[in-house]
Design a protein around this ligand. Structure first.
Ligand code: PMV
Length: 330
């Protein structure tokens, strides 16, 4: 009744922002992501009668009982499927800062879903796993797969048609890279969950976001299939800016950018002027991720590390799917 799994984080090229059903986590729009090879979470789950309650340790620190709720709810979904009431001990380790806009919940809930279902001997296929992971964190539905993944918004009320599907495998575009720059490893103040619901409620630009996202999805699908770097870069950068415009125009404003983030975005524009083609994308946090070609990744990383604001810079490529591990964390 114990299993361990590792899942990679993913960065959306076409973002998910806003839910039509917040309990099941069903989005207003579909999204497309790139799974990253260098940022991952490993989780061991052990169900046993010896545990009186669920417990969670993240990166060596025990999480207080009142912060356990999201994980316990996710474990309940697995327990219900396996018809058991056994409590669980969960230990999780990520190799990057959590809640800082690096999609840590994506890798965390994907790894938790796979390890917990395996521990209770449930044989879920990737569609079922993605649906399970989605209910923990929307972006986790995409981290079940490697390569490039589309999470369809679906139309059904029960969410059975809203899950991640691989649209191109990990090996498809090996000359593509993403330079992930950490400007602050601090946890963000406003979690995506609260930010999204506020945006849907009162941003005057949210309607425009939804009106333009289908064209972005079409362009991204085409760009990935044809390995058209300029098209994926331009589409992803504009899509990220549009998402942030919806956040900025909510009341009270949600501005995830730090001054350092703006410095880096401008540097990406300067790099383009200097003939190095690259594009930025940002999520619910201040970090700036730069999409580029592998041949330019080191040069771009060097330029980024030249800013004292950049605490860490990691060159990533497309990563693989979530997988089971032979070695447990405890
Ligand atoms: O799944 P969540 O709650 O971590 O939300 C992710 C939201 C964004 O990272 C901003 C966009 C995305 O599609 O990953």
């Amino acid at each position: 009744m114990k299993a361990t799994a590792t899942a990679n984080s993913n960065i959306a090229l076409i973002k998910y922002w806003g839910k039509r059903n917040s309990k099941l986590i069903l989005p207003h729009n579909s999204s497309i992501s790139m799974t990253l090879d260098k940022l991952h979470t490993t989780t061991t789950v052990d169900f046993s009668e010896k545990y009186k309650q669920d417990s969670l340790t993240i990166d060596g620190s025990k999480v207080p009982v009142d912060e356990l709720e999201r994980v316990s709810i996710q474990l309940d979904l697995v327990r219900r499927a396996a018809s058991t009431h056994l409590k669980a001990k969960v230990v999780s380790e990520s190799n990057f800062p959590k809640s800082a806009g690096l999609a840590s919940s994506a890798s965390a809930f994907a790894a938790l879903s796979l390890s917990a279902s395996k521990a209770l001997d449930l044989h879920f296929d990737n569609r079922e796993l993605s649906i399970l992971a989605r209910q923990g964190s929307g972006s986790a539905s995409r981290s079940i797969h490697g390569g490039f993944v589309e999470w369809s918004k679906g139309t059904k009320d029960d969410g059975s048609d809203s899950y991640g599907k691989q649209i191109a495998p990990q090996s498809h575009w090996s000359s593509l890279a993403m330079v992930v720059n950490v400007v602050t490893p601090k946890e963000k103040k406003i979690k995506s969950r609260a930010g999204m619901s506020q945006t849907v409620k009162n941003s005057p630009l949210y309607k425009a976001w939804l009106e333009t996202v289908d064209a972005d999805l079409d362009n991204a699908r085409k760009a990935i299939a044809d390995k058209n770097f300029s098209l994926i870069g331009k589409t992803a950068e504009m899509n990220a800016l549009k998402m942030h415009c919806t956040m900025i125009t909510t009341e009270p404003h949600i501005i995830y950018w730090e001054p350092d983030s703006v410095v880096l975005m401008k540097e990406v524009m300067r790099l383009r002027e200097d003939g190095i083609e690259c594009y930025f994308t940002m999520d619910g946090g201040p970090q700036v991720k730069v999409l580029c070609l592998e041949k330019d990744a080191k040069k771009i990383q060097k330029r980024m590390l030249g800013f004292k604001e950049v605490k860490e810079s990691i060159i990533c490529h497309t990563g693989g799917e979530a997988k089971l591990e032979k070695k447990d964390l405890f």
